[in-house]
Design a protein around this ligand. Structure first.
Ligand code: ACM
Length: 262
């Protein structure tokens, strides 16, 4: 199975230009799974809730139309971030699409910093999509900081975590090696690069998009400051074997009756 990411440099608020950047970067690419960054079409550093609301869309909107067209061209399942318009609130969400349709949306559970001022936290259970030769779980950026996120997706049967990100802290890339190892799953972290200075905030996004194996090795790593696209072939069966030796299996050996879950 061929999986990969696009590491982009979005222009704040210019969805059309951001679509074109990705379309050009993926010209002639064919794959099974492509992951794009968090909020890849809008940018990240909002100055008000109103501004974020003005860039929000229903799941069936301009961004999903673009992604479905891209899925059609590439033959891939595509996962990428957008601002989702709810009833009276907005969410930092990701779309999961095939060449035919929207398969689902995921609303970020763990909001970072001022995201808490703009977005409502996710209110839907974590879910795994059984598509394109694999079971794909989705989380967004800061969700990685909460090990329960990947553990839950692993328990639900995920082989691969699609992880759109706009990382600003320096820890995720290393941390993913451990999260992937302890869950025996693959992950594709699609980050962005560049700087956004808006209002009182200035973020430098860390790039370093990464594909991490079920053994915790980094099988693709992008630079910190260049637009980049990369793909690799994986065998999803390696994520389905949860044994470490004859005696140990990382899911069967759990002792949930002794864990604190509240
Ligand atoms: C983040 O969750 N975008 C830092």
């Amino acid at each position: 199975m061929k999986i990969g990411y696009v590491q982009t440099s979005p222009i704040f608020g210019d969805k059309e230009k951001n679509f074109i950047q990705i379309r050009d970067l993926l010209d002639k690419v064919k794959a099974d799974l492509i992951v794009l960054p968090e909020l890849f079409a809008t940018g990240y550093t909002f100055v008000s809730k109103k501004e974020a609301e003005s860039l929000a869309e229903l799941p069936a909107g301009k961004t999903s139309e673009f992604l479905i067209e891209l899925a059609h061209k590439t033959n891939a399942i595509i996962v990428g971030g957008f601002i989702e318009k709810g009833n009276s609130q907005i969410y930092n969400s990701s779309l999961i699409v095939s060449s035919k349709e929207i398969l689902g949306t995921y609303r970020k559970l763990h909001l970072y910093y001022k995201e808490k001022l703009w977005f409502s936290p996710g209110n839907m259970p974590l879910k795994v999509y059984d598509v394109s030769k694999a079971k794909i779980g989705v989380m967004i950026c800061f969700d990685w900081f909460f090990p329960e996120t990947m553990r839950t997706l692993a328990l639900l049967g995920a082989d691969i975590i699609a992880h759109p990100a706009n990382l600003v802290l320096p820890y995720c890339q290393n941390a993913m090696t451990i999260h992937c190892l302890v869950n025996h799953i693959f992950a594709v972290t699609a980050n962005r690069i560049g700087q956004e200075a808006r209002g009182t905030d200035s973020f430098t996004f860390t790039g370093g998009s990464q594909i991490t194996s079920q053994k915790g090795s980094i099988i693709s790593s992008a630079s910190t400051d260049h637009v980049f696209v990369d793909f690799t072939e994986i065998d999803v069966n390696q994520a389905r074997d949860k044994s470490i030796n004859t005696y140990n299996n990382i899911l069967k050996d759990r002792r949930p009756e002794f864990y604190y879950t509240k």
